[in-house]
Ligand binder design. Sequence first.
Ligand SMILES: C[S@@+](CC[C@H](N)C(=O)[O-])C[C@H]1O[C@@H](n2cnc3c(N)ncnc32)[C@H](O)[C@@H]1O
Length: 403
Amino acid sequence: MTLDACTSPPLDISNLLEPTQTELARQGFVSALRKHVMVNLSLDMHKDYVTNVKPTCVATHGPESVTPRDVKNAMEKRLLYRVWSSLRYNAQEMVWASVQGVVERALPKMNELAKDAADTNPASGSLRLNPNLEIPKYVSALDVHLMPGCYHTEYTDDDVAQGAVQFAGGDVFRGGFRHRKGNPGGVAESIANYLKLKHPDFKPKRILDMGCNTGKNLFPYLDVYPEAEAHGVDVGAPLLRFGHAMASHENRAVHFSQQNAEGLDFKDDSFDIVTSSFFLHELPIKSIKAIFAEAYRVLRPGGLMVHMELPPNSEVDPYYGFYLDWDTGPNNNEPFYAQFRNQDVLGLCEDVGFDAEQCIKLLIPNYGSFGLENFKDFVNEQRVAPKHGNGASWFIFGAWVQT
Ligand SMILES: C[S@@+](CC[C@H](N)C(=O)[O-])C[C@H]1O[C@@H](n2cnc3c(N)ncnc32)[C@H](O)[C@@H]1O
């Protein structure tokens, strides 16, 4: 395929994914199943806890001393929890299975289209891959999120398969939650708009998303800060190829590079925002510290490190702590999840040199569903963020670098 780079943007790579009616029906079923598990059954399970489990937990451990682990030990004996957990696990596996055939059929054409985009760079972005990059063990040794092949596996030359599986599977995963379907950038949209309203004089020139996956989270930053240069790093080459093709189609100049965020090749003091989302909880603490040290190094004075993550145990009640920790270990192949949620996240920032006075930690509403006026009220401290859960709000933390 030869693209006329001067006149038309490349085709939308995601449009090459053409599910049959049967596949669409299956995907719809999986989205609905996930919603049933994550909303209806979750509510029933919480009721079961409050009515039948909490009183004993409180009597045994004391009202202020119940831990997420105590809740887990008690809930694991409940039939409803076991049904919920089994259904959730199976729904998670079905997410990827429901898109695999679609991706396999479209793969040769998608690979070709992504290669053309990489060769011609029609949106003036870039794609730098490093075939010699050592994939960290916490990615290579297991299928995170139960996704076969994880983030990095390559099956053919110029392979985009894992990027396509992430993209299409992501829509099935979020599909039951209508305000999030098709909007994987909801986190970044919320953070970027928060920064713009809260810090109108802050005008970032270079933005880095670590663990960027297919890079969709950089688009909302470019919407809010159109003058900025956007960079995304990830260890998974197929994700970056797919992401670069999508960005090219949307005429977004995003610079993708295959790097381990623990050791970046960017210069000191070269970014104004270093961000990440749904990233840190998949890493061992040693790696998080290395990544924060890199963020501190590459940020300019006056720059901001800001991460979206699951709220730590210190911010939530023991039941919600237990509920969030479900993803740990074999349930969703995220072995560091619970350990991360037990950290003092601002302490981790201070450990690498950020000033305690410059640290931030807060819950912000999801911009797309909260509404602009409500969002402004939130920024002006006239309104609080909705309770965390199912994408209604995001826990963010990080730190400014002193000027
Ligand atoms: C759960 S995904 C998060 C994706 C995206 N940030 C989002 O919000 O949807 C974690 C991403 O981090 C990447 N990753 C894991 N370890 C990494 C590392 N050390 N350096 C760079 N990327 C890494 C994975 O390949 C994966 O794409």
